[in-house]
Design a protein around this ligand. Structure first.
Ligand SMILES: NC(=O)c1ccc[n+]([C@@H]2O[C@H](COP(=O)([O-])OP(=O)(O)OC[C@H]3O[C@@H](n4cnc5c(N)ncnc54)[C@H](OP(=O)(O)O)[C@@H]3O)[C@@H](O)[C@H]2O)c1
Length: 256
């Protein structure tokens, strides 16, 4: 008989894509998981499928008050968290030819500010947790500033600063850097997405690697090997990539 208590997770962005696949992997393993996203229905479906394992914590994570309330509800239900996976995020491409700062504002609100609200709510719950682990889903683009890129570099920097600060405090911090993954986020991309993985393959890979609590999980392995050295080279290797990444039409202000 297994007497080890179930690990308590908070997973954001669980309604779709990589997050939904991660939720399934974690719940199948018997973990208890607080699930967040704006849309409640997919989270309710997990709660029905895995009774007693799910806390439905729906809400817009770009609202700091909502995130505080989610933290309070998790505290009331479980008292602590063992692993937090900040996966909720978005992606828009900024085209220098029609530079639009509102796109950057929108992306930063979701990818950086919402994550920082979640970290604020999560840290007091992780500290009393069992072998606490904070995980952030960044992106392989953080290795290489691309001409038309989403902004995840600041999220990486935030996690790495936190790791430096928390190093003596018994908390592991992992940055996950996926390459292309086939999800609703990437289905409108009209440029080639080399080496793209399914969401389930990505989730299985992340969950398996998290056991070892590495500082970095990057996939496919090739993306780390290829992208990491590129910023140190002259700009020319980036130009062929740029040519392939034209989006037609670019996102408009009113769509955001
Ligand atoms: N797919 C890729 O190729 C790829 C590559 C590198 C990195 N990533 C990163 O991986 C993560 C997951 O991406 P994905 O491809 O699985 O995207 P996705 O299918 O669009 O899923 C994004 C998730 O985030 C949630 N979310 C977005 N904004 C939110 C908000 N304001 N409040 C609460 N939840 C919010 C969405 O739920 P609701 O819409 O229900 O709120 C959804 O569950 C993202 O951080 C993304 O940047 C993806």
């Amino acid at each position: 008989m297994n007497l080890t208590p179930a690990r308590r997770y908070w997973l954001t962005g669980a309604s779709n894509g990589i997050g939904a696949a991660l939720a399934e992997e974690l719940l199948k393993s018997g973990a208890h998981v607080a699930l967040s996203s704006r849309f409640r229905e997919p989270l309710e479906q997990f709660a029905q499928q895995y009774p007693g394992q799910v806390l439905v914590m729906a809400g817009d994570l770009t609202n700091s008050q909502t995130v505080r309330e989610i933290g309070e509800q998790i505290a009331q239900a479980w008292g602590a968290l063992d692993t937090v996976i900040l996966n909720a995020g978005t992606c828009e491409y900024v085209d220098a030819k029609q530079f639009d700062s509102s796109i950057i504002e929108c992306v930063a609100r979701t990818n950086l500010l919402a994550s920082s609200y979640c970290i604020e709510a999560a840290l007091p719950l992780l500290r009393p947790g069992r072998t606490p682990h904070l995980v952030g889903i960044a992106s392989a683009v953080t290795y290489l500033p691309m001409p038309l890129t989403e902004s995840k570099a600041s999220l990486r920097h935030l996690f790495e600063s936190l790791r430096a600060d928390q190093s003596s405090k018994n908390m592991d911090i992992t940055v996950v850097s996926p390459g292309f993954v086939d999800t609703p986020l990437t289905e409108d991309n009209d440029f080639p997405m080399p080496l793209n993985w399914s969401a389930h393959k990505a989730a299985r890979h992340i969950v398996a690697k998290l056991q070892g609590r590495p500082s970095e999980i990057a996939f496919p392995a090739l993306s780390l090997a290829v992208l990491w050295p590129l910023p140190t080279l002259p700009a020319t290797p980036q130009q062929p990539l740029d040519k392939h990444m034209l989006r037609n039409p670019p996102p408009r202000k009113n769509d955001l």
